[in-house]
Ligand binder design. Sequence first.
Ligand SMILES: Cc1ncc(COP(=O)(O)O)c(C=O)c1O
Length: 446
Amino acid sequence: MGRNQDLMSRRDAVTPKGAGRFHPLATAASARGAVITDVEGQELIDFAGGIGVVNVGHCDPEVVKAVQEQAAKLTHSCIHVATYEPYIALCEKLVSLFPHGAKTKALLVNTGAEAVENAVKIARQATGRQAVICFTEAFHGRTMMAMTLTSKVGYKVGCGPFAPEVYRLPFPNRSKYGRGLSETDFVERELARFRQALVNTVPAEHVAGVIIEPVQGEGGFTPAPFGYLRGLRALCDEFGIKLIIDEVQTGFGRTGKWAAYEHAGVTPDLSTWAKSMGGGMPISAVIGKAEVMDAAKPGTLGGTYGGNPVSCAAALAAIRSMERLNTNARAEVIGGLIRDRFLTLQKKHPSLIGEVRGLGAMIAMELVHGGDLDRPNTEAATKLMHACWERGLLIVTAGASANIIRTLTPLVITDEQLRRGLDILEESLGVVAGSGAPAARQAAIA
Ligand SMILES: Cc1ncc(COP(=O)(O)O)c(C=O)c1O
């Protein structure tokens, strides 16, 4: 038995099936930049980035140094017990990077889901209202409120009852819900739908917040039209609803800006952050207008580990590195190269690739049958993922039908690594489409 298989057998013996996995045999022993080395010593070009966590690259030297130094000084005191400087320094940095109006405050927690939970609690306390509006194809995490807000049934089946006072509208996905409409007409119709929902679904005076991903992550890399985000901002202002923008997957340079909402020129009342903020260490944040954040009563926010000092030091170092390397600009270049290649592949395989879309370096291709977006090709996406792994590329799927191939490469990937990864993807696509040669590792996965 190979070492990958051996580790997976040990995993199967002691961990539950509920913690899913994309690849039957993908393992990681070490990683640098955009390359993971598995337990068999095989190098994998990383197009998954630990699901969007390592924009700054694996084991960024500054992050590693900061973690080591902080771990030797203070690993934990609990922010509720004894205040430590790295927590405050990180919040200072976050509010300067992401101003939410005249005065901004930040709360640190541990995961994206936890940030979402806290954003909802803050919006409720700030408005004295209970309802939350969310969208189809949304993903906001796996804790109970976050899971309620999440759309994909596969992530929540059998886990209910879910939280009450959550209302869902179609995500403004023009390819799916607005075919034949111009973007302007589509946006107008969807904003009218939102306004109508305040009449026929839930009264505005009950709605605390609306939560939206500026580009859906797990949902399949669909950007919300910028005009829709601007319209939503205006509707929230009109009805006293807090606009919560979930930047957990899009944030920290993934789309070519620190925040994806910057593309639309909107400022949320509250926003949620995690993943690439910590450069590989677990940490997340809720950022918001100071008066909204301060509406939460003492004791209603936080937790034992929220804003752990080692994770704070890692986040500060990750942000410093991203600033120094200008990963935002690099994301535009990477995204452009990926999009160009995906569009070329779509021309080659028009019945298999239904759509290429995304923003910045958050690019996806949707695999379908017969070029029809209503006929997801889950099997091809699974096969493609595995064929890529066999050839040394780690890539993951997204979407309610898991038929969307998405790219979340570390933004420090070199041109050569990116080209090699795209070549592997192209070759693997040929195999899936029935015209390629088998890979050396094929036998291992059968
Ligand atoms: C947009 C969005 N929100 C929230 C989450 C949940 O984050 P976590 O897995 O850290 O709880 C995710 C995770 O993929 C996400 O993409």
